[in-house]
Design a protein around this ligand. Sequence first.
Ligand code: ATP
Length: 471
Amino acid sequence: MGYLSSCNCESAVAICDSYNLNPRRRSKRHHPPKLRIFSYDELAAATNGFSAGNFLGKGSHGRVYKAVLDDGKLLAAVKRTTLTTTTTNNANQADNEIEILTRVRHRWMVNLIGYCVDHRRKTKLLVVDYMPNGTLYDQLHSRSSSLHPPLTWNRRTKHALQIATVVHALHAAETPVIHRDIKSSNILIDGEGNARLADFGLALIGNVDDERLKCTPPAGTLGYLDPSYLAPADLTAKTDVFSFGILLLEMISGREAIDVSYSPSCIVDWAVPLIKRGEFGAVCDPKIKNRPYAAVIRKLAVMAARCVRSTAKKRPDMLEVVECLKTVRKLSQASPAWNRLRRGSEERSENVFAVEEEMKEEIHVRIVRGGSSRKNRKDSNVLYERVVSEEETLLSPPPQLRRRNFVLRSRSVGAKVGPDPNDDIGDNETVVTLKVLIEKERPVTAAAMRLRKSRSVGIVRSNKMASRKRY
Ligand SMILES: Nc1ncnc2c1ncn2[C@@H]1O[C@H](COP(=O)(O)OP(=O)(O)OP(=O)(O)O)[C@@H](O)[C@H]1O
């Protein structure tokens, strides 16, 4: 294969291997195994002739089978793609996946073991690590609790951190990789219960200003696809951050990215207003038995809401997401005694939280420190007025707010912003008047159907690009 000879596997493979990114381990350089080239017959024998008994699942690119190799010493998954006579999207996807998986490896990725290209049979086979515990999608959304018991909070945050870590490593690699198809069905669970990122069929390698990336049409999966990614030039690492944010919301809430049995059916439209109103309990999956204290759920939910912002630039990068998840994990694992203490203090400061949460809906804040008369309060005593950014309202109340000596009111859009002349407020009280963004209530439609697991859509590169020189 041309692309294999054109890139040095040994050095390229190391580009995002976390072992090599860790300076403490750099001295003992970790050399990933060489890729193997399999024959069709070898893989046919290893999968019992691609039998139904070895069938693992079907994706948009083809079927996946369990393979037993090396006299039973190696279990692998074989992804089988059929080539057609003309250059098709499927063929491109298999090429692209091999090329990327040849160059990048990470312990939280489903890594490539080898491959087989059989032109006579018009078949391309990718041999990857076998993941015996299914997908994160199954674990989150399975109806059968005996097959997949509900995931604990600890598991959810562990999986989220593992995937955030690998996505960050991909983005930070010398030659960055944008996955473009982060979703719960592309996260597989290995034998030790670790989450691994799979399916690099739509991934792109290179810098965003590379011609190849600039000519590749947008692709992804409905429900996870960044709404600001409408043209090739819109692609940035923040495209993955959006999909990761959807994944986080899915993990926190247990809801699917799109579920038409709810209204709103899109997880963003449902969860983000709740998060902005501070209703973190409502967002949290009722199947989680030992929930952490509210501040931990809040921290993660706010991060998820920031990841799914419509403006890509305002989203955090994956490093910030990784740091947030590490903190969330530390806080979640704090001792029960510490949590009891923390809960107690949360209850005592309930009013403060209520204020903070009400603030999340505001778009303007005006704080008026009261004088001795209402007239004074009305116009001459405005000490502070500003537009509060979405970020501030999600994360923290302005420092000027104190628990005592203020009265808080909410107003709908269009209401006058400023102190109400009918207030009966004593001297030296602070008035906070909020302009509230009221979302139009949408009619709730009866549950009609559930969407089946969403499939990836899109092509990896245009035919024009396919014929261009590889780098
Ligand atoms: N490495 C693997 N080990 C075990 N099972 C796997 C492995 N890879 C895939 N599977 C199974 O095969 C199914 C199909 O996987 P595939 O990646 O082809 O498609 P998908 O991610 O479900 O859908 P799409 O291709 O549309 O993104 C998965 O849902 C999973 O159950």
